[in-house]
Design a protein around this ligand. Structure first.
Ligand code: FAD
Length: 579
Protein backbone atom coordinates (compact mmCIF):
# COMPACT_ATOMS: atom_id res chain seq x y z
CA UNK A 1 0.00 0.00 0.00
CA UNK A 2 1.57 3.20 -1.21
CA UNK A 3 0.29 5.36 1.59
CA UNK A 4 2.08 3.51 4.36
CA UNK A 5 4.93 5.93 4.90
CA UNK A 6 6.68 4.29 7.76
CA UNK A 7 7.50 0.80 8.77
CA UNK A 8 9.81 -0.52 11.37
CA UNK A 9 11.53 -3.84 11.05
CA UNK A 10 11.89 -6.26 13.94
CA UNK A 11 15.59 -5.51 14.11
CA UNK A 12 15.51 -1.72 14.04
CA UNK A 13 16.95 -0.05 17.09
CA UNK A 14 16.09 3.51 16.08
CA UNK A 15 13.38 4.71 18.46
CA UNK A 16 10.18 5.62 16.65
CA UNK A 17 7.01 6.97 18.11
CA UNK A 18 3.70 5.16 18.03
CA UNK A 19 0.86 7.23 19.43
CA UNK A 20 -2.39 5.55 20.36
CA UNK A 21 -5.63 7.40 21.05
CA UNK A 22 -7.82 5.48 23.48
CA UNK A 23 -6.43 3.51 26.39
CA UNK A 24 -8.97 0.75 26.81
CA UNK A 25 -10.05 -2.12 24.51
CA UNK A 26 -8.34 -1.84 21.13
CA UNK A 27 -5.85 0.84 22.09
CA UNK A 28 -4.29 -0.90 25.04
CA UNK A 29 -4.16 -4.21 23.23
CA UNK A 30 -2.30 -2.51 20.38
CA UNK A 31 0.12 -0.82 22.76
CA UNK A 32 0.99 -4.02 24.57
CA UNK A 33 1.55 -5.95 21.36
CA UNK A 34 3.62 -3.12 19.90
CA UNK A 35 5.94 -3.26 22.89
CA UNK A 36 6.30 -7.02 22.62
CA UNK A 37 7.33 -6.57 18.99
CA UNK A 38 9.54 -3.54 19.44
CA UNK A 39 11.48 -2.93 22.59
CA UNK A 40 12.79 0.39 21.31
CA UNK A 41 9.70 2.20 20.05
CA UNK A 42 8.33 5.08 22.07
CA UNK A 43 4.71 4.14 22.72
CA UNK A 44 2.41 6.87 24.00
CA UNK A 45 -1.19 6.08 24.90
CA UNK A 46 -3.53 9.05 25.22
CA UNK A 47 -6.65 8.45 27.28
CA UNK A 48 -9.20 11.20 27.86
CA UNK A 49 -10.66 9.56 30.94
CA UNK A 50 -9.11 9.19 34.37
CA UNK A 51 -8.37 5.49 33.98
CA UNK A 52 -6.68 3.34 31.40
CA UNK A 53 -7.26 -0.34 30.83
CA UNK A 54 -10.76 -0.34 32.30
CA UNK A 55 -12.87 -3.50 32.12
CA UNK A 56 -15.86 -1.73 30.57
CA UNK A 57 -17.75 -4.99 30.19
CA UNK A 58 -17.71 -5.40 33.97
CA UNK A 59 -19.52 -2.13 34.64
CA UNK A 60 -23.06 -3.59 34.86
CA UNK A 61 -21.78 -6.04 37.46
CA UNK A 62 -20.40 -3.19 39.52
CA UNK A 63 -23.85 -1.60 39.39
CA UNK A 64 -25.36 -4.90 40.56
CA UNK A 65 -22.79 -5.18 43.36
CA UNK A 66 -21.36 -8.49 42.13
CA UNK A 67 -18.09 -6.62 41.56
CA UNK A 68 -17.90 -4.54 44.71
CA UNK A 69 -14.58 -2.77 44.39
CA UNK A 70 -14.32 -0.39 41.40
CA UNK A 71 -10.56 -0.84 41.56
CA UNK A 72 -11.11 -4.39 40.32
CA UNK A 73 -12.32 -2.89 37.04
CA UNK A 74 -9.08 -1.02 36.50
CA UNK A 75 -7.16 -3.99 35.23
CA UNK A 76 -3.91 -2.04 34.85
CA UNK A 77 -2.77 1.45 35.85
CA UNK A 78 -0.38 3.75 34.00
CA UNK A 79 2.20 2.78 36.62
CA UNK A 80 1.84 -0.99 36.16
CA UNK A 81 1.83 -0.54 32.39
CA UNK A 82 5.02 1.44 32.59
CA UNK A 83 6.63 -1.08 34.87
CA UNK A 84 5.83 -4.12 32.77
CA UNK A 85 5.74 -2.71 29.23
CA UNK A 86 7.41 0.72 29.46
CA UNK A 87 4.27 2.28 28.02
CA UNK A 88 3.81 6.02 28.40
CA UNK A 89 0.13 6.06 29.33
CA UNK A 90 -1.25 9.55 29.81
CA UNK A 91 -4.70 9.62 31.37
CA UNK A 92 -6.63 12.85 31.34
CA UNK A 93 -5.17 13.58 27.89
CA UNK A 94 -7.58 14.19 25.04
CA UNK A 95 -6.65 14.41 21.37
CA UNK A 96 -8.52 17.48 20.18
CA UNK A 97 -7.02 18.04 16.72
CA UNK A 98 -5.00 16.19 14.14
CA UNK A 99 -2.71 17.46 11.38
CA UNK A 100 -2.13 14.37 9.24
CA UNK A 101 0.24 16.12 6.83
CA UNK A 102 2.56 17.16 9.64
CA UNK A 103 1.81 13.97 11.63
CA UNK A 104 1.00 15.90 14.74
CA UNK A 105 -1.78 15.53 17.29
CA UNK A 106 -2.94 18.37 19.48
CA UNK A 107 -3.59 17.10 22.96
CA UNK A 108 -5.35 18.80 25.86
CA UNK A 109 -4.80 18.00 29.52
CA UNK A 110 -5.15 19.81 32.81
CA UNK A 111 -1.71 21.30 32.26
CA UNK A 112 -2.65 22.84 28.91
CA UNK A 113 -2.37 21.98 25.26
CA UNK A 114 0.58 20.35 23.57
CA UNK A 115 1.52 19.05 20.14
CA UNK A 116 2.61 15.43 19.94
CA UNK A 117 4.27 14.19 16.79
CA UNK A 118 3.90 10.57 15.69
CA UNK A 119 5.37 8.19 13.18
CA UNK A 120 2.38 5.88 13.42
CA UNK A 121 -1.00 6.81 14.89
CA UNK A 122 -3.59 4.27 16.04
CA UNK A 123 -7.12 5.47 16.68
CA UNK A 124 -9.17 3.45 19.13
CA UNK A 125 -11.48 6.16 20.48
CA UNK A 126 -14.46 3.86 20.92
CA UNK A 127 -18.02 5.08 20.86
CA UNK A 128 -20.27 7.33 22.87
CA UNK A 129 -23.69 6.35 24.15
CA UNK A 130 -26.41 7.79 21.94
CA UNK A 131 -28.60 10.33 23.75
CA UNK A 132 -31.79 10.45 21.74
CA UNK A 133 -33.10 14.00 21.26
CA UNK A 134 -36.09 13.53 23.56
CA UNK A 135 -37.59 16.46 25.41
CA UNK A 136 -36.27 16.15 28.95
CA UNK A 137 -33.22 14.06 28.07
CA UNK A 138 -31.06 16.56 29.98
CA UNK A 139 -32.82 15.78 33.26
CA UNK A 140 -30.30 15.23 36.06
CA UNK A 141 -31.86 11.81 36.62
CA UNK A 142 -30.81 10.56 33.17
CA UNK A 143 -27.73 8.33 33.10
CA UNK A 144 -25.69 6.39 30.56
CA UNK A 145 -23.18 3.64 31.27
CA UNK A 146 -19.76 3.69 29.60
CA UNK A 147 -17.23 4.58 32.29
CA UNK A 148 -16.46 3.71 35.90
CA UNK A 149 -17.74 7.18 36.85
CA UNK A 150 -21.06 6.41 35.10
CA UNK A 151 -21.36 3.20 37.10
CA UNK A 152 -20.55 5.04 40.33
CA UNK A 153 -23.25 7.61 39.58
CA UNK A 154 -25.88 4.90 39.12
CA UNK A 155 -24.70 3.18 42.30
CA UNK A 156 -24.97 6.50 44.10
CA UNK A 157 -28.57 6.88 42.85
CA UNK A 158 -29.38 3.51 44.37
CA UNK A 159 -27.64 4.31 47.62
CA UNK A 160 -29.50 7.62 47.77
CA UNK A 161 -32.78 5.71 47.77
CA UNK A 162 -33.85 5.39 44.14
CA UNK A 163 -36.77 2.98 44.05
CA UNK A 164 -37.95 3.10 40.46
CA UNK A 165 -35.80 2.84 37.35
CA UNK A 166 -36.59 3.02 33.67
CA UNK A 167 -34.08 1.60 31.22
CA UNK A 168 -34.42 2.84 27.64
CA UNK A 169 -33.15 0.27 25.18
CA UNK A 170 -33.28 -3.51 25.21
CA UNK A 171 -29.93 -4.36 23.71
CA UNK A 172 -27.49 -6.44 25.70
CA UNK A 173 -26.21 -3.52 27.79
CA UNK A 174 -29.77 -2.37 28.55
CA UNK A 175 -30.61 -5.88 29.70
CA UNK A 176 -27.53 -6.07 31.89
CA UNK A 177 -28.39 -2.73 33.48
CA UNK A 178 -32.00 -3.76 34.03
CA UNK A 179 -30.92 -7.01 35.63
CA UNK A 180 -28.40 -5.16 37.81
CA UNK A 181 -30.89 -2.57 39.07
CA UNK A 182 -33.49 -5.24 39.75
CA UNK A 183 -30.88 -7.16 41.73
CA UNK A 184 -30.42 -4.01 43.80
CA UNK A 185 -34.14 -4.12 44.61
CA UNK A 186 -35.46 -1.38 42.33
CA UNK A 187 -38.70 -1.58 40.41
CA UNK A 188 -37.43 -1.68 36.84
CA UNK A 189 -39.21 -1.09 33.56
CA UNK A 190 -37.33 -1.66 30.33
CA UNK A 191 -38.60 0.13 27.20
CA UNK A 192 -37.62 -1.16 23.76
CA UNK A 193 -38.69 0.35 20.46
CA UNK A 194 -38.42 -2.92 18.52
CA UNK A 195 -41.04 -5.63 18.89
CA UNK A 196 -38.92 -7.55 21.35
CA UNK A 197 -35.85 -7.25 23.55
CA UNK A 198 -32.48 -8.03 21.99
CA UNK A 199 -33.69 -7.06 18.51
CA UNK A 200 -31.15 -9.23 16.70
CA UNK A 201 -32.32 -12.31 18.60
CA UNK A 202 -34.96 -14.42 16.87
CA UNK A 203 -38.36 -13.40 18.25
CA UNK A 204 -39.17 -16.95 19.38
CA UNK A 205 -36.02 -16.94 21.55
CA UNK A 206 -36.51 -13.37 22.74
CA UNK A 207 -39.92 -14.45 24.09
CA UNK A 208 -38.08 -16.66 26.57
CA UNK A 209 -35.86 -13.79 27.64
CA UNK A 210 -38.89 -11.57 28.18
CA UNK A 211 -40.55 -14.27 30.29
CA UNK A 212 -37.42 -14.55 32.41
CA UNK A 213 -37.32 -10.77 32.87
CA UNK A 214 -40.97 -10.84 33.93
CA UNK A 215 -40.18 -13.65 36.38
CA UNK A 216 -37.44 -11.50 37.87
CA UNK A 217 -39.92 -8.65 38.27
CA UNK A 218 -38.67 -6.48 35.39
CA UNK A 219 -41.52 -4.93 33.41
CA UNK A 220 -40.83 -5.11 29.67
CA UNK A 221 -42.50 -2.57 27.40
CA UNK A 222 -41.46 -3.63 23.88
CA UNK A 223 -42.75 -2.16 20.63
CA UNK A 224 -43.07 1.21 22.32
CA UNK A 225 -41.20 4.49 21.96
CA UNK A 226 -40.31 6.79 24.81
CA UNK A 227 -41.33 10.25 23.62
CA UNK A 228 -40.18 12.50 26.47
CA UNK A 229 -38.93 12.67 30.02
CA UNK A 230 -40.86 14.89 32.39
CA UNK A 231 -38.57 16.24 35.10
CA UNK A 232 -39.97 17.14 38.49
CA UNK A 233 -38.10 17.86 41.71
CA UNK A 234 -39.32 14.69 43.44
CA UNK A 235 -39.37 12.19 40.58
CA UNK A 236 -39.15 12.06 36.77
CA UNK A 237 -41.60 10.35 34.45
CA UNK A 238 -40.74 8.68 31.17
CA UNK A 239 -43.63 9.28 28.79
CA UNK A 240 -44.33 6.59 26.21
CA UNK A 241 -45.97 6.96 22.80
CA UNK A 242 -49.24 5.56 24.14
CA UNK A 243 -49.28 8.21 26.86
CA UNK A 244 -48.17 5.96 29.70
CA UNK A 245 -46.08 7.79 32.29
CA UNK A 246 -43.44 5.64 33.97
CA UNK A 247 -42.23 7.18 37.23
CA UNK A 248 -38.45 7.07 37.52
CA UNK A 249 -35.93 8.03 40.16
CA UNK A 250 -33.28 7.09 37.63
CA UNK A 251 -33.45 6.73 33.84
CA UNK A 252 -30.67 4.78 32.15
CA UNK A 253 -30.41 5.43 28.42
CA UNK A 254 -28.92 2.51 26.52
CA UNK A 255 -30.19 2.89 22.98
CA UNK A 256 -26.91 2.28 21.18
CA UNK A 257 -23.58 3.94 20.59
CA UNK A 258 -22.05 6.17 17.93
CA UNK A 259 -18.38 6.24 16.95
CA UNK A 260 -16.45 8.95 18.80
CA UNK A 261 -14.63 10.15 15.71
CA UNK A 262 -15.49 13.84 15.14
CA UNK A 263 -11.90 15.06 15.68
CA UNK A 264 -10.46 12.60 13.21
CA UNK A 265 -13.18 12.94 10.59
CA UNK A 266 -12.66 16.71 10.69
CA UNK A 267 -8.97 16.12 9.99
CA UNK A 268 -9.75 14.17 6.83
CA UNK A 269 -9.81 10.56 8.02
CA UNK A 270 -12.47 8.98 5.80
CA UNK A 271 -15.62 7.98 7.68
CA UNK A 272 -19.04 6.65 6.77
CA UNK A 273 -21.91 7.60 9.06
CA UNK A 274 -19.25 8.63 11.57
CA UNK A 275 -17.41 5.29 11.52
CA UNK A 276 -13.82 5.21 10.31
CA UNK A 277 -13.30 3.35 7.05
CA UNK A 278 -10.40 0.91 7.24
CA UNK A 279 -8.89 -1.68 4.96
CA UNK A 280 -8.24 -5.31 5.81
CA UNK A 281 -5.28 -4.31 8.00
CA UNK A 282 -7.01 -1.52 9.88
CA UNK A 283 -5.37 1.21 7.78
CA UNK A 284 -7.41 4.36 7.38
CA UNK A 285 -7.53 6.60 4.29
CA UNK A 286 -4.66 8.65 5.74
CA UNK A 287 -1.05 7.45 5.53
CA UNK A 288 0.37 6.43 8.87
CA UNK A 289 -2.98 6.19 10.65
CA UNK A 290 -4.69 2.96 11.67
CA UNK A 291 -8.01 2.53 13.48
CA UNK A 292 -9.73 -0.27 15.41
CA UNK A 293 -12.64 -1.04 17.69
CA UNK A 294 -16.08 0.48 18.13
CA UNK A 295 -15.11 3.47 15.99
CA UNK A 296 -14.53 1.58 12.73
CA UNK A 297 -16.70 0.11 10.02
CA UNK A 298 -16.50 -3.66 9.96
CA UNK A 299 -17.72 -5.99 7.25
CA UNK A 300 -20.17 -8.61 8.46
CA UNK A 301 -18.78 -12.03 7.55
CA UNK A 302 -22.14 -13.46 6.52
CA UNK A 303 -24.16 -10.60 5.04
CA UNK A 304 -21.35 -8.31 3.89
CA UNK A 305 -23.08 -5.38 5.61
CA UNK A 306 -20.59 -2.68 6.69
CA UNK A 307 -21.33 -1.37 10.19
CA UNK A 308 -19.52 -0.85 13.47
CA UNK A 309 -19.46 -3.94 15.67
CA UNK A 310 -19.18 -2.54 19.20
CA UNK A 311 -17.80 -5.59 20.96
CA UNK A 312 -14.75 -6.04 23.11
CA UNK A 313 -13.37 -9.21 21.55
CA UNK A 314 -13.06 -7.86 18.01
CA UNK A 315 -11.62 -4.57 19.31
CA UNK A 316 -8.95 -6.29 21.40
CA UNK A 317 -7.95 -8.67 18.65
CA UNK A 318 -7.87 -5.91 16.05
CA UNK A 319 -5.55 -3.85 18.25
CA UNK A 320 -3.07 -6.68 18.26
CA UNK A 321 -3.30 -7.22 14.48
CA UNK A 322 -2.77 -3.52 13.80
CA UNK A 323 0.39 -3.51 15.90
CA UNK A 324 1.57 -6.36 13.73
CA UNK A 325 0.80 -4.40 10.58
CA UNK A 326 2.75 -1.42 11.85
CA UNK A 327 5.77 -3.31 13.07
CA UNK A 328 6.03 -6.47 10.97
CA UNK A 329 3.72 -6.01 8.01
CA UNK A 330 5.00 -8.98 6.09
CA UNK A 331 3.69 -11.28 8.82
CA UNK A 332 0.52 -9.37 9.70
CA UNK A 333 -2.68 -11.28 9.24
CA UNK A 334 -5.74 -9.36 8.02
CA UNK A 335 -8.54 -8.43 10.40
CA UNK A 336 -11.30 -11.00 10.08
CA UNK A 337 -14.80 -10.03 9.03
CA UNK A 338 -17.19 -9.87 11.97
CA UNK A 339 -19.53 -12.57 13.22
CA UNK A 340 -20.91 -10.43 16.05
CA UNK A 341 -20.78 -13.27 18.54
CA UNK A 342 -22.36 -12.14 21.81
CA UNK A 343 -23.49 -13.64 25.08
CA UNK A 344 -25.52 -12.11 27.86
CA UNK A 345 -26.93 -13.32 31.14
CA UNK A 346 -30.50 -12.64 32.16
CA UNK A 347 -31.39 -14.13 35.50
CA UNK A 348 -31.09 -17.89 35.21
CA UNK A 349 -30.77 -17.77 31.42
CA UNK A 350 -27.80 -17.46 29.13
CA UNK A 351 -28.54 -15.91 25.74
CA UNK A 352 -26.01 -16.10 22.92
CA UNK A 353 -25.80 -15.60 19.19
CA UNK A 354 -23.31 -15.66 16.34
CA UNK A 355 -23.51 -14.83 12.64
CA UNK A 356 -26.63 -13.59 10.92
CA UNK A 357 -30.23 -13.73 12.05
CA UNK A 358 -33.27 -14.63 9.97
CA UNK A 359 -34.31 -11.01 9.41
CA UNK A 360 -30.91 -9.93 8.07
CA UNK A 361 -30.53 -12.99 5.88
CA UNK A 362 -33.95 -12.34 4.42
CA UNK A 363 -33.22 -8.64 3.92
CA UNK A 364 -30.02 -9.54 2.05
CA UNK A 365 -31.82 -12.10 -0.09
CA UNK A 366 -29.70 -14.96 1.25
CA UNK A 367 -31.81 -18.09 0.83
CA UNK A 368 -31.56 -20.16 3.96
CA UNK A 369 -33.07 -22.95 6.00
CA UNK A 370 -33.76 -22.48 9.69
CA UNK A 371 -33.95 -25.30 12.22
CA UNK A 372 -35.15 -25.18 15.81
CA UNK A 373 -34.24 -27.80 18.35
CA UNK A 374 -34.33 -28.19 22.12
CA UNK A 375 -31.63 -30.68 23.10
CA UNK A 376 -30.55 -31.15 26.69
CA UNK A 377 -27.36 -29.48 27.82
CA UNK A 378 -26.28 -32.84 29.27
CA UNK A 379 -27.56 -36.38 29.49
CA UNK A 380 -31.22 -36.39 30.47
CA UNK A 381 -30.69 -39.18 32.96
CA UNK A 382 -28.08 -37.17 34.86
CA UNK A 383 -29.63 -34.79 37.41
CA UNK A 384 -30.13 -31.17 36.47
CA UNK A 385 -30.40 -31.45 32.69
CA UNK A 386 -32.10 -28.52 30.99
CA UNK A 387 -33.03 -27.67 27.43
CA UNK A 388 -30.92 -25.54 25.12
CA UNK A 389 -33.31 -23.75 22.77
CA UNK A 390 -31.21 -23.64 19.63
CA UNK A 391 -31.79 -22.00 16.24
CA UNK A 392 -29.41 -22.60 13.34
CA UNK A 393 -29.50 -20.97 9.89
CA UNK A 394 -27.71 -22.43 6.89
CA UNK A 395 -27.64 -21.73 3.18
CA UNK A 396 -30.01 -23.44 0.79
CA UNK A 397 -28.09 -25.73 -1.52
CA UNK A 398 -24.68 -26.18 0.01
CA UNK A 399 -25.66 -25.93 3.70
CA UNK A 400 -23.06 -23.28 4.56
CA UNK A 401 -23.57 -22.24 8.18
CA UNK A 402 -24.81 -18.66 8.41
CA UNK A 403 -25.85 -18.07 12.01
CA UNK A 404 -26.87 -19.63 15.29
CA UNK A 405 -28.57 -18.50 18.46
CA UNK A 406 -29.47 -20.18 21.71
CA UNK A 407 -31.17 -19.58 25.03
CA UNK A 408 -31.07 -21.85 28.06
CA UNK A 409 -30.05 -22.35 31.63
CA UNK A 410 -26.76 -24.13 30.92
CA UNK A 411 -24.36 -24.98 28.12
CA UNK A 412 -25.48 -22.20 25.80
CA UNK A 413 -22.17 -20.34 25.61
CA UNK A 414 -20.25 -23.50 24.81
CA UNK A 415 -22.55 -24.45 21.92
CA UNK A 416 -22.60 -20.98 20.40
CA UNK A 417 -18.81 -20.78 20.64
CA UNK A 418 -18.53 -24.09 18.81
CA UNK A 419 -20.92 -22.83 16.16
CA UNK A 420 -19.04 -19.52 15.88
CA UNK A 421 -15.88 -21.52 15.28
CA UNK A 422 -17.64 -23.63 12.67
CA UNK A 423 -18.95 -20.54 10.86
CA UNK A 424 -15.48 -18.96 10.94
CA UNK A 425 -14.09 -22.17 9.47
CA UNK A 426 -16.60 -22.04 6.61
CA UNK A 427 -18.22 -25.29 7.61
CA UNK A 428 -21.51 -26.60 6.32
CA UNK A 429 -24.30 -27.70 8.62
CA UNK A 430 -23.63 -31.39 7.95
CA UNK A 431 -20.03 -30.95 9.11
CA UNK A 432 -21.42 -30.41 12.60
CA UNK A 433 -22.27 -34.10 12.71
CA UNK A 434 -18.58 -34.95 12.68
CA UNK A 435 -17.44 -32.61 15.46
CA UNK A 436 -15.77 -34.66 18.15
CA UNK A 437 -16.99 -32.82 21.24
CA UNK A 438 -16.22 -33.55 24.87
CA UNK A 439 -18.82 -35.78 26.50
CA UNK A 440 -19.65 -37.33 29.81
CA UNK A 441 -23.12 -37.30 31.39
CA UNK A 442 -22.70 -34.14 33.53
CA UNK A 443 -21.44 -32.17 30.52
CA UNK A 444 -23.14 -33.26 27.34
CA UNK A 445 -24.74 -36.04 25.39
CA UNK A 446 -23.14 -38.69 23.23
CA UNK A 447 -24.80 -36.81 20.41
CA UNK A 448 -24.13 -33.27 21.52
CA UNK A 449 -26.62 -30.47 20.87
CA UNK A 450 -24.32 -29.23 18.09
CA UNK A 451 -24.09 -32.70 16.51
CA UNK A 452 -27.88 -32.96 16.64
CA UNK A 453 -28.15 -29.62 14.86
CA UNK A 454 -25.92 -31.05 12.13
CA UNK A 455 -28.03 -34.19 11.82
CA UNK A 456 -31.29 -32.30 11.54
CA UNK A 457 -29.69 -29.80 9.17
CA UNK A 458 -28.41 -32.55 6.91
CA UNK A 459 -31.86 -34.16 6.88
CA UNK A 460 -33.37 -30.86 5.79
CA UNK A 461 -30.69 -30.31 3.14
CA UNK A 462 -31.11 -33.78 1.68
CA UNK A 463 -34.89 -33.61 1.78
CA UNK A 464 -35.49 -36.41 4.25
CA UNK A 465 -37.10 -33.86 6.57
CA UNK A 466 -39.48 -31.13 5.43
CA UNK A 467 -40.27 -28.44 7.98
CA UNK A 468 -43.11 -26.06 8.51
CA UNK A 469 -42.82 -23.01 10.74
CA UNK A 470 -44.88 -21.16 13.35
CA UNK A 471 -45.28 -18.32 10.85
CA UNK A 472 -47.16 -20.76 8.55
CA UNK A 473 -49.73 -21.59 11.21
CA UNK A 474 -52.70 -19.75 9.78
CA UNK A 475 -52.12 -21.18 6.32
CA UNK A 476 -51.60 -24.68 7.73
CA UNK A 477 -54.84 -24.51 9.73
CA UNK A 478 -56.71 -23.48 6.60
CA UNK A 479 -55.21 -25.93 4.15
CA UNK A 480 -53.85 -29.05 5.83
CA UNK A 481 -54.67 -32.05 7.92
CA UNK A 482 -52.88 -31.30 11.19
CA UNK A 483 -51.82 -34.23 13.29
CA UNK A 484 -50.54 -33.79 16.80
CA UNK A 485 -48.52 -36.92 17.54
CA UNK A 486 -48.18 -36.46 21.30
CA UNK A 487 -49.95 -38.69 23.80
CA UNK A 488 -53.67 -38.09 24.50
CA UNK A 489 -52.75 -36.81 27.97
CA UNK A 490 -50.42 -34.21 26.48
CA UNK A 491 -52.96 -33.32 23.81
CA UNK A 492 -55.55 -32.69 26.51
CA UNK A 493 -53.38 -30.00 28.05
CA UNK A 494 -53.84 -27.86 24.95
CA UNK A 495 -53.39 -28.09 21.21
CA UNK A 496 -53.80 -26.26 17.94
CA UNK A 497 -57.46 -25.84 17.09
CA UNK A 498 -58.43 -28.41 14.46
CA UNK A 499 -55.48 -30.74 15.02
CA UNK A 500 -56.18 -34.47 15.29
CA UNK A 501 -54.45 -36.46 17.97
CA UNK A 502 -52.75 -39.58 16.66
CA UNK A 503 -49.81 -40.59 18.87
CA UNK A 504 -46.73 -41.36 16.80
CA UNK A 505 -46.71 -44.90 18.15
CA UNK A 506 -50.11 -45.56 16.50
CA UNK A 507 -49.34 -43.91 13.20
CA UNK A 508 -48.36 -47.00 11.21
CA UNK A 509 -51.63 -48.74 12.12
CA UNK A 510 -53.78 -45.75 11.16
CA UNK A 511 -52.40 -44.90 7.74
CA UNK A 512 -55.74 -45.55 6.01
CA UNK A 513 -57.55 -43.29 8.47
CA UNK A 514 -55.00 -40.53 7.82
CA UNK A 515 -55.32 -40.87 4.05
CA UNK A 516 -59.09 -40.58 4.30
CA UNK A 517 -58.93 -37.59 6.64
CA UNK A 518 -56.32 -35.83 4.52
CA UNK A 519 -58.42 -36.26 1.38
CA UNK A 520 -55.48 -35.17 -0.74
CA UNK A 521 -54.47 -32.27 1.53
CA UNK A 522 -50.98 -31.93 2.92
CA UNK A 523 -50.38 -33.43 6.35
CA UNK A 524 -48.72 -31.15 8.85
CA UNK A 525 -47.32 -32.78 11.96
CA UNK A 526 -46.48 -31.47 15.40
CA UNK A 527 -45.37 -32.65 18.81
CA UNK A 528 -43.81 -30.95 21.82
CA UNK A 529 -40.24 -30.46 20.59
CA UNK A 530 -40.21 -31.67 17.01
CA UNK A 531 -38.64 -35.06 17.74
CA UNK A 532 -41.69 -37.36 17.64
CA UNK A 533 -43.21 -35.48 14.72
CA UNK A 534 -39.90 -36.00 12.88
CA UNK A 535 -40.31 -39.75 13.38
CA UNK A 536 -43.92 -39.51 12.23
CA UNK A 537 -42.90 -37.50 9.21
CA UNK A 538 -40.51 -40.20 8.08
CA UNK A 539 -43.31 -42.77 8.31
CA UNK A 540 -45.79 -40.65 6.36
CA UNK A 541 -43.28 -39.45 3.77
CA UNK A 542 -42.41 -43.06 2.98
CA UNK A 543 -46.11 -43.79 2.54
CA UNK A 544 -46.26 -41.07 -0.08
CA UNK A 545 -47.92 -38.28 1.93
CA UNK A 546 -47.11 -34.61 1.39
CA UNK A 547 -45.89 -34.34 4.96
CA UNK A 548 -43.97 -31.76 6.98
CA UNK A 549 -43.02 -31.45 10.65
CA UNK A 550 -43.27 -28.32 12.80
CA UNK A 551 -39.77 -26.85 13.34
CA UNK A 552 -39.08 -26.88 17.07
CA UNK A 553 -42.53 -28.29 17.80
CA UNK A 554 -45.11 -26.68 20.05
CA UNK A 555 -42.36 -25.26 22.27
CA UNK A 556 -41.27 -23.01 19.41
CA UNK A 557 -44.85 -22.40 18.24
CA UNK A 558 -45.86 -21.12 21.67
CA UNK A 559 -42.69 -19.02 21.93
CA UNK A 560 -43.42 -17.50 18.53
CA UNK A 561 -47.11 -16.82 19.10
CA UNK A 562 -46.94 -15.61 22.68
CA UNK A 563 -47.85 -17.12 26.03
CA UNK A 564 -51.58 -17.11 25.30
CA UNK A 565 -50.91 -19.04 22.13
CA UNK A 566 -52.86 -16.72 19.87
CA UNK A 567 -56.38 -17.44 18.71
CA UNK A 568 -55.37 -20.61 16.91
CA UNK A 569 -54.43 -22.50 20.05
CA UNK A 570 -57.18 -24.16 22.00
CA UNK A 571 -55.95 -23.37 25.47
CA UNK A 572 -53.26 -21.30 27.08
CA UNK A 573 -52.40 -24.31 29.21
CA UNK A 574 -50.47 -25.40 26.13
CA UNK A 575 -47.82 -22.85 26.93
CA UNK A 576 -47.21 -24.45 30.30
CA UNK A 577 -47.26 -27.93 28.83
CA UNK A 578 -44.77 -27.03 26.14
CA UNK A 579 -42.41 -24.94 28.28
P1 FAD B 1 -13.15 1.80 24.28
O1 FAD B 1 -12.82 0.58 25.02
O2 FAD B 1 -14.42 2.49 24.61
O3 FAD B 1 -11.95 2.79 24.46
C1 FAD B 1 -11.96 4.05 23.87
C2 FAD B 1 -11.28 5.02 24.78
O4 FAD B 1 -10.85 6.12 24.00
C3 FAD B 1 -12.21 5.59 25.83
O5 FAD B 1 -11.70 5.33 27.12
C4 FAD B 1 -12.23 7.10 25.54
O6 FAD B 1 -12.22 7.86 26.72
C5 FAD B 1 -10.97 7.29 24.77
N1 FAD B 1 -11.02 8.42 23.84
C6 FAD B 1 -11.99 8.69 22.93
N2 FAD B 1 -11.68 9.79 22.24
C7 FAD B 1 -10.51 10.21 22.72
C8 FAD B 1 -9.67 11.31 22.39
N3 FAD B 1 -10.01 12.18 21.43
N4 FAD B 1 -8.52 11.46 23.08
C9 FAD B 1 -8.17 10.59 24.06
N5 FAD B 1 -8.93 9.53 24.40
C10 FAD B 1 -10.07 9.35 23.73
N6 FAD B 1 -18.43 -6.05 24.68
C11 FAD B 1 -18.40 -7.39 24.70
O7 FAD B 1 -17.88 -8.00 23.76
N7 FAD B 1 -18.93 -8.09 25.76
C12 FAD B 1 -19.49 -7.47 26.82
O8 FAD B 1 -19.95 -8.13 27.77
C13 FAD B 1 -19.56 -6.05 26.81
N8 FAD B 1 -20.14 -5.40 27.82
C14 FAD B 1 -20.20 -4.04 27.78
C15 FAD B 1 -20.81 -3.38 28.82
C16 FAD B 1 -20.91 -2.00 28.80
C17 FAD B 1 -21.60 -1.29 29.92
C18 FAD B 1 -20.34 -1.27 27.73
C19 FAD B 1 -20.43 0.22 27.70
C20 FAD B 1 -19.71 -1.92 26.69
C21 FAD B 1 -19.64 -3.32 26.71
N9 FAD B 1 -19.02 -4.01 25.67
C22 FAD B 1 -18.98 -5.37 25.69
C23 FAD B 1 -18.42 -3.29 24.53
C24 FAD B 1 -16.92 -3.09 24.72
O9 FAD B 1 -16.69 -2.47 25.94
C25 FAD B 1 -16.38 -2.26 23.58
O10 FAD B 1 -16.71 -2.88 22.37
C26 FAD B 1 -14.87 -2.10 23.64
O11 FAD B 1 -14.49 -1.49 24.83
C27 FAD B 1 -14.41 -1.26 22.46
O12 FAD B 1 -13.05 -0.97 22.54
P2 FAD B 1 -12.50 0.38 21.88
O13 FAD B 1 -11.03 0.38 22.09
O14 FAD B 1 -13.02 0.53 20.52
O15 FAD B 1 -13.19 1.53 22.71
Amino acid sequence: MGYIMWRMSDTSTEPRRIVIVGGIGGGMSCAARARRLDEHAQIIVLERGDHASVATCGLPYHVSGEIRDPAALEVQTPETLHASLRLDVRVGHEAIALDPAARVLTVRSTTGTEAIAYDALVLSPGALPVRPPLPGIDSPRVRTLRTIEDAERIRADVTAGARRAVVLGGGFIGLEVAEALRARGLEVTLVELADHVLPTLEPELAARVTREMTRLGIVVRAGTAATSIAHRPDIDAVILADGTALPADVVVVSVGVRPDTAVFEAAGVACERGAIVVDAHGRTSVPGIWAVGDAVLTIDAVTGIAAPVPLAGPANRAGRLVADDILRPALARPLPAALGTTVVRMGSLTVARTGADHARLTARGIEHHTIHLHPNDHAGYFPGASAIHLVVHFRVGDGLLLGAQAVGAAGVDKRIDVLATAIRAGMGVADLIDLDLAYSPPYGQAKDAVNLGGMLGEDVLTGSVTLWYPGDLEHVVASSLMIDVRSPAEFATGHVAGARNIPHTELRDRIEEIATAAAGRPVRLMCASGFRSHLAHRVLAQHGFDSATLSGGLITLVDAHGPDGGRLLVTDRLSRAAA
